[in-house]
Design a protein around this ligand. Structure first.
Ligand SMILES: Cc1cc2nc3c(=O)[nH]c(=O)nc-3n(C[C@H](O)[C@H](O)[C@H](O)COP(=O)(O)O)c2cc1C
Length: 177
């Protein structure tokens, strides 16, 4: 169990990547971890596009940089783009009845597993929700009807030292009854 909390402590958003390529097997393992994530009604409403070619990665980076954001991605050797796929009928009906949108929740869970699997393999990640969705879809040949929910930068961090985590206290966010 200690190892699990060590892993959580080690995962942080990396915004300074070395040019070292990410091994394909490691990227595959990250997506495998995401594949095993739980989802409402086991709907698995997700698909993953891994981009690790020197041709495409910089083009993905450009799609993340509107309004001066995410400039650090220029050097990033790999990205995983997570699109929302159609949920199963039971998940959609359940969501309607309970007035919930389960698919983005499911994608969040898959993303967490993906990022922790990356950390476990010595990689670093940054989850990004700021991107030009239509340009990304065009670049990656993803249908206009779909939503891209997140882009994950994956690579080797230049800085080895971890930052102090800035978080609300347990007292502020949790109650026990
Ligand atoms: C849904 C989501 C969207 C995010 N979008 C961005 C982004 O576009 N650019 C960025 O640099 N960080 C982004 N982040 C990273 C957060 O800023 C970061 O997780 C948070 O500040 C906590 O820091 P840590 O990840 O280092 O622990 C995003 C994180 C999440 C979960």
């Amino acid at each position: 169990m200690d190892d699990f909390f060590e892993l959580i402590a080690k995962r942080e958003s990396c915004r300074n990547y070395s040019e070292k390529k990410v091994e394909r097997e490691k990227l595959e393992k990250c997506i495998e971890a995401a594949r095993l994530a739980p989802s409402a009604c086991n709907s698995q409403p997700w698909s993953f596009t891994a981009v690790d070619s020197p041709e495409f990665a910089p083009q993905v980076a450009k799609c993340l940089q509107e309004m001066g954001m995410n400039k650090f991605t220029d050097n990033c050797p790999a990205f995983v783009i997570i699109a929302e796929e159609k949920a199963t009928l039971s998940a959609r009906v359940g969501g309607k009845v309970k007035n919930q949108d389960y698919a983005p929740i499911d994608i969040g869970l898959a993303t967490a597993q993906l990022c922790l699997a990356a950390t476990d393999q010595g990689l670093s990640t940054c989850i990004m929700g700021w991107f030009n969705e239509s340009k990304l879809k065009e670049l990656l040949d993803i249908s206009k009807e779909k939503r891209i929910r997140l882009v994950i930068a994956v690579g080797y961090a230049v800085d080895e030292e971890l930052r102090q985590k800035s978080r609300k206290s347990l007292e502020d966010i949790a109650r026990f009854m």
